[in-house]
Design a binder for this molecule. Structure first.
Ligand code: SF4
Length: 361
């Protein structure tokens, strides 16, 4: 075990590696005006059994509850595979495991050959769902966001008993994985904000106890631009953990201050390459160019219940270069976009094949 965390950073968190990997596809898009996205993010429902204070979809959920009807979703999945979409992220929007057709969604996606990532609050996981998750997903991330029942309850606005249930589900998933001899990666998510930044070291210790594979830290962005004083405290807490603690679990903690800086930096690039790579299908069937714009009527690209997803995508990539990224709210893709823009302009010498990354985007 090494002092500090640098030697166990997460390749999947490396925005530059992810951007490099997309360059050949983006070049095809620029030359031919069409390339399938590398990943489809699906929010199968906007209902949720939790009420996290930082949720960026709270308003969308309040307006109306939606579950994506499964039949058009299945068609979209089939059409997407036909145009060569390789990966899928099932997340929210809402809590994906309360979606009534979650078993069908996982089974069909796996049969179609998608690589599947799942982000869940980990609360609603009966044994049958756990088995399916372990058997079909490439990775699953449980959004824990706390290291103890009190903080968990305060952040998620649920009863304290929900914390032990989520921990139990994580333990069961990890046990099932070895029983069924599956390769799914089981990680913890920790959105850092004012209520929980003092628990970053504790959650790493908890992850070790649970034998989770990794912990991903990200700034909680759902409530707009982060408070500068909180940002300062988060960065100083991060530095002191890196200097004084030892952990064996993989984590991106060493990258967190840079990641926060990049959210706060003004944009210095022309194209948003994320918006040509990872569209989101929201729970009402609307398609958006990225997760930040879900619910933004001016960037609603169409609805996959009314029109085929490939047609919606074709129309969008015909005009995606007109998107004025400069007008977007702060987002966590600055590093990705800067790297992709530099690479597309041949400012970097790079070899995409040489850079390994486990995540999709
Ligand atoms: S919010 Fe970020 S990822 Fe989304 S379109 Fe704007 S710059 Fe791109």
């Amino acid at each position: 075990m090494s002092r500090g965390i640098e030697k166990s950073t997460l390749s999947f968190y490396d925005q530059q590696a992810k951007a490099f990997r997309q360059i050949p596809r983006l070049r095809i898009l620029l030359q031919s005006n069409f390339a399938a996205p590398c990943m489809l993010e699906i929010h199968p429902t906007n209902r949720c059994d939790f009420a996290c204070w930082f949720c960026r979809y709270e308003q969308f959920r309040k307006e109306k509850s939606f579950d994506l009807p499964f039949s058009p979703l299945r068609q979209t999945l089939e059409q997407s595979r036909r145009i060569d979409v390789a990966s899928m992220l099932i997340s929210g929007g809402g809590e994906p495991l309360v979606y009534p057709w979650i078993s069908e969604l996982l089974a069909v996606s796996s049969t179609l050959g998608f690589r599947i990532g799942l982000i869940t609050n980990g609360h609603n996981m009966p044994r049958g769902i756990q088995e399916l998750v372990v058997e079909t997903c490439d990775w699953v991330r449980i959004s824990l966001d706390a290291s103890n029942a009190e903080t968990f309850s305060r952040i998620k606005r649920v009863h304290t008993s929900a914390f032990s249930r989520v921990l139990q589900n994580i333990r069961s998933l990890i046990k099932l994985r070895s029983e069924l001899n599956c390769r799914v990666t089981v990680g913890l998510g920790f959105l850092v904000g004012q209520f929980n930044f003092r628990e970053m070291a504790d959650v790493l210790r908890l992850a070790e106890q649970l034998q989770a594979d990794n912990v991903q830290f990200r700034m909680a962005e759902g409530q707009g631009t982060p408070n500068p004083e909180i940002v300062r405290q988060i960065c100083s807490t991060t530095r002191s953990i890196l200097e004084s603690c030892e952990f064996s679990v993989k984590t991106n903690l060493a990258q967190l201050p840079d990641r926060i800086d990049s959210i706060l930096e003004s944009r210095r690039y022309r194209l948003c390459c994320v918006s040509a790579s990872a569209p989101v299908i929201a729970a009402d069937g609307s398609v958006y160019p990225c997760c930040v714009h879900v619910g933004n009527p001016s960037l609603r690209l169409g609805n996959m219940i009314e029109k085929s997803f490939p047609d919606i995508w074709r129309e969008w990539v015909g005009r995606w270069m007109k998107l004025e990224a400069i007008n977007c709210p702060p987002c966590s893709y600055n590093k990705f976009n800067e790297t992709a823009n530099a690479a597309l302009n041949n400012d970097y010498h790079f070899a995409s094949a040489a850079i390994a990354t486990d995540d999709f985007i």
